[in-house]
Design a protein around this ligand. Structure first.
Ligand SMILES: N[C@@H](CCC[C@H](N)C(=O)O)C(=O)O
Length: 295
């Protein structure tokens, strides 16, 4: 934290119940340590969230200055344990909703910088007053590193697909979502060399044609109610398992991906770009007591 700060303005929002504390910091003056982030995200002693989105002008952030001409705003995302991650799909939608609500951008098209590169975003106009439209994010292309991966919880294990959406995922198809138990701890993943930076793990079941449901254990946040990058990784893994590859057929493919906190629509296009559409809501705003945060 910046010692000069008297109180730290924040907002709270969520996308399919993946929830975030949002810290507006246009000039990059707020220094958030890992322990500050963990305190903010603490669900009993803090505000409670799966992660923090710091909203900084790209020009004011050393990791994003190179994007400043293209993307005015940089999403500085941290997991709830304070660790830094490259990308957060639900976070980008919530970040865009905050910018729109604050009057910093209009509905329509914008570009947001992330550690995984720039992401093109479309904010749909409200269908009716008070009914915010969905937000679509071009999530870039999925990388599918080869090699077998195995996910395990206790004595059980499942083959999984390694998918990178700017951040790392292991996608395991299971017979039932409760097979993986309570997910209090991070699932084991082998070989560990497949994920030198850690991994997000998705467990997936089929719900119908091009319709799946997932549970997720997120690196740095534990089990959450949704993961946007995870839903995209799952969609691509499910499509390949189903013998569908838009790059081969020339036709886009869309899957509905149910998450514990809602529903996302994910489309893979023939050029490999993956688009995610879903809701994003701001629910509160206020001021953090900086004496508490530093205490
Ligand atoms: N919930 C996010 C992903 C957040 C980052 C992830 N935990 C990681 O460490 O890679 C999403 O919606 O994509």
């Amino acid at each position: 934290m910046n010692d000069a700060a008297q109180g730290l303005p924040f907002l709270k929002g969520h996308g399919t119940e993946n929830d975030f504390v949002i810290i507006p910091d246009p000039y990059g003056r707020v220094e958030l340590t890992a322990s500050d982030v963990a305190r903010l995200c603490d669900r009993r002693a803090g505000l409670g969230a799966d992660g923090v989105l710091r909203v900084v002008r790209s020009a004011a952030h050393p990791e994003a200055a190179r994007y400043a001409d293209e993307a005015e705003w940089f999403m500085d995302y941290r997991n709830s344990d304070g660790s830094v991650a490259e990308m957060c799909g639900n976070g980008v939608r919530v970040f865009a909703r905050h910018l729109e609500r604050a009057g910093l951008v209009d509905a329509g098209d914008l570009v947001i910088a992330t550690r995984a590169g720039v992401r093109r975003v479309h904010i749909a106009k409200p269908a009716a007053p008070g009914a915010p439209g969905d937000i679509t994010v071009d999530m870039g292309t999925a990388a599918l590193p080869g090699g077998d991966v195995t996910v395990s919880v206790g004595e059980r294990s499942w083959p999984a697909r390694n998918v990178n959406m700017g951040n790392p995922h292991a996608v395991a198809f299971v017979a039932a979502l409760d097979e993986a138990g309570h997910l209090l701890d991070a699932p084991g993943v082998a070989p560990a060399t497949a994920y030198p930076e850690g991994v997000n793990v998705e467990f997936v079941v089929d719900r119908g044609p091009r319709h799946v449901a997932l549970r997720v254990h997120e690196r740095g946040s534990g089990e959450t109610r949704s993961c946007g990058t995870g839903a995209c990784a799952v969609m691509v893994a499910a499509a390949r398992r189903d013998g569908l590859d838009p790059a081969v057929t020339g036709e886009p493919v869309t899957y509905v991906v149910d998450v514990p906190g809602g529903r996302l629509a994910i489309t893979e296009r023939p050029d490999g770009r993956v688009e995610m559409t879903g809701p994003a809501v701001i629910v509160a705003e206020g001021t953090v007591d900086t004496a508490w945060l530093r205490g």
